[in-house]
Structure formats: structure tokens, C-alpha cells
Design a protein around this ligand. Structure first.
Ligand code: GUN
Length: 293
């Protein structure tokens, strides 16, 4: 058996088309496009490149997107003052602080300052709290995790299965605030039985073998091989590593995993495009929050 490929680019394109149409309606109604301001702190080349591609995609969908750059000497207070100004600016709908921040900054304190209505990443404790306590998924949800959930549901659809994850074992490898933890919460809210694994987990192979749904977000290239999988599993590979020879690989060894999985995301072309697409649709949620204020 060869796994079905869950095409993140195609799914993202469909979402982006909806966002573009929603942006057009918003612009017609309010006489201005939905707006996103992204803060880049420090000189990390990868982050800068990533933000530029977010800006380019946003512009192509009819969103107004800008990047505010701060060098590493900027103080935490300067950043917070800037966020407070953006919170107050009625023409700014959505705010993003690109992570990771240089180590001298307190990430939690900074993210807490973004108004929950404008937090396009859905990382504010109020939003995460709402997600945990009520399962409310009508507000902005963290972009990669909601992208992962949609990829899981697409895999289920391709396999001819329902979107109800009742009775399925979901295993998430990784517990970061940005990806692992919220992905686990979302799968749990969709009735999967969740096991959240991390670097201190024992008997990882036994746990992985039981996974009907496996989300791998460890940053360890080729950690998961086909022989570790439960046959027919849906595998979502969040990892992306650039090897010295220029090859891009995920956390799963694609060639061996695709012989055992039921459906699998490729790297690249899986989670990455969905993260971007979910960011764009979150801008519209924020813009509508701002409009209804
Ligand atoms: N860095 C890598 N991915 C993300 C993301 O989704 N949001 C933010 N703010 N920073 C990131």
C-alpha cells in the first residue's frame, strides 16, 4: 500500500481563494483593506525571509501588510509601547510578532500585550484559555495547529472517513506553545484520544505505533521511519530542515513512511502552505472583530 498524499498547497490555495473573496467584501464595506502589521525583532535572516513571503501572499489576497523592523538593541519597553500604539490604531486589524525573539526579550510578556482581538497568531492566553476551556474555535486559532487539524481532516476525507475523530488515538510529538500544545488541544477537542509526547517521554516507539493520527513537530530530521508507524495512520509532518546538500527534509522519512501510512503530508508542500493560509484567514477574523467593535 502507498499512502495518499495530503496536498497542503492545494488545500491552502482553496482557503486563500475564500480569504481573497472575504477581503474584497470587507474592503467594499469599510472602504479600506484588512490590515496586518508584523514586527520583526533582530536580524534573523530566516525570519525576515519568512515575513516577506507572508507580506507577499497577504498583498496578493488584497490585504494591506507591513513589516516593522527593530534591531536587537531595541528595549522590551520600546516593543511594548509599539504594540500599545498598534492596539489603539483603528486602522490596524491584526498584529503579529515574529518568533522566536532574541533571547533578551520576554516572549510571554510581549505576546500578552497584543490585544486578543488583534492577535493574529491566536497565542494570547485569553484565546488559548478559551480554546482549552470551551473548545470555542470561532476566534483566531494558532496558525500551524489549525492548519494541522485541517490537514488531518483532509486526510480523513481522502481515506473516505468522517471528520469525527472519536475513538482515534492522536499522538503529538512536541509540546511547544506555537505548535505542539495547541495542536494537541485541537485534536482533543475533536474527540481524538490524545497522547502528547516530548523529549522526556519514555517508550516513544510503543506510543507512536498506536497512533491513528501522528503529528510530528520535533525539528529532528527523519526521526520517524515507516517501521515505527501503525499501518494506515494519518501522518502530519511539521518538521522542516535544510540539509547541507540543499535538500529539504521533514521529521519523517517520507519514502519509508509513505509505504505504511494511510495518508501523509509531504515536506515541503504540506504544513508550511497551510500555516500561511491560516494566518491570512485569521487576518479576516481580526478585521471583522475590529469592524464590529
Ligand atoms: N515563527 C515561526 N512560525 C511562526 C508563527 O506561526 N507565528 C509567529 N508569530 N512566529 C512564527
Amino acid at each position: 500500500m502507498t499512502a495518499l498524499i495530503i496536498d497542503g498547497r492545494k488545500l491552502a490555495e482553496q482557503s486563500n481563494l475564500r480569504t481573497k473573496a472575504d477581503a474584497e467584501s470587507f474592503t467594499k464595506e469599510t472602504k479600506r483593506p484588512p490590515s496586518l502589521v508584523m514586527l520583526l525583532i533582530g536580524a534573523d535572516a530566516g525570519s525576515k525571509k519568512y515575513l516577506n513571503s507572508k507580506k507577499k501572499l497577504a498583498n496578493s489576497l488584497g490585504l494591506d501588510a507591513s513589516i516593522l523592523e527593530f534591531d536587537e538593541d531595541t528595549t522590551q519597553k520600546d516593543i511594548i509601547d509599539q504594540i500599545v500604539l498598534l492596539n489603539r490604531d483603528s486602522e490596524v486589524d491584526a498584529i503579529l510578532v515574529q518568533l522566536p525573539l532574541p533571547s533578551k526579550f520576554d516572549e510571554e510578556k510581549i505576546l500578552c500585550k497584543i490585544s486578543p482581538k488583534k492577535d493574529v497568531d491566536g497565542l494570547h492566553p485569553e484565546l488559548i484559555g478559551r480554546l482549552v476551556l470551551t473548545g470555542d474555535d470561532s476566534c483566531q486559532l494558532p496558525c500551524t495547529p489549525i492548519g494541522i487539524l485541517k490537514l488531518v481532516l483532509e486526510g480523513r476525507r481522502q481515506l473516505g472517513e468522517s471528520s469525527d475523530l472519536s475513538g482515534l488515538r492522536a499522538v503529538v510529538l512536541g509540546r511547544s506553545n506555537l505548535v505542539g500544545k495547541p495542536s494537541g488541544i485541537l485534536l482533543h477537542n475533536h474527540n481524538a484520544t490524545l497522547t502528547q509526547c516530548h523529549s522526556k517521554t519514555k517508550d516513544l516507539d510503543d506510543i507512536v505505533k498506536q497512533a491513528d493520527i501522528l503529528v510530528v513537530a520535533t525539528g529532528k530530521p527523519n526521526l520517524i521511519t515507516g517501521d515505527m508507524l501503525k499501518p494506515g495512520a494519518i501522518v502530519i509532518d511539521v518538521g522542516i530542515t535544510y540539509l547541507d546538500d540543499g535538500k529539504i527534509v521533514g521529521d519523517c522519512d517520507f519514502e519509508s513512511c509513505k509505504l505504511v501510512a494511510g495518508a501523509i503530508t509531504p515536506v515541503p508542500g504540506g504544513v508550511g502552505p497551510m500555516t500561511m493560509a491560516m494566518l491570512m484567514s485569521n487576518v479576516l477574523i481580526c478585521a471583522n472583530n475590529n469592524k464590529d467593535k
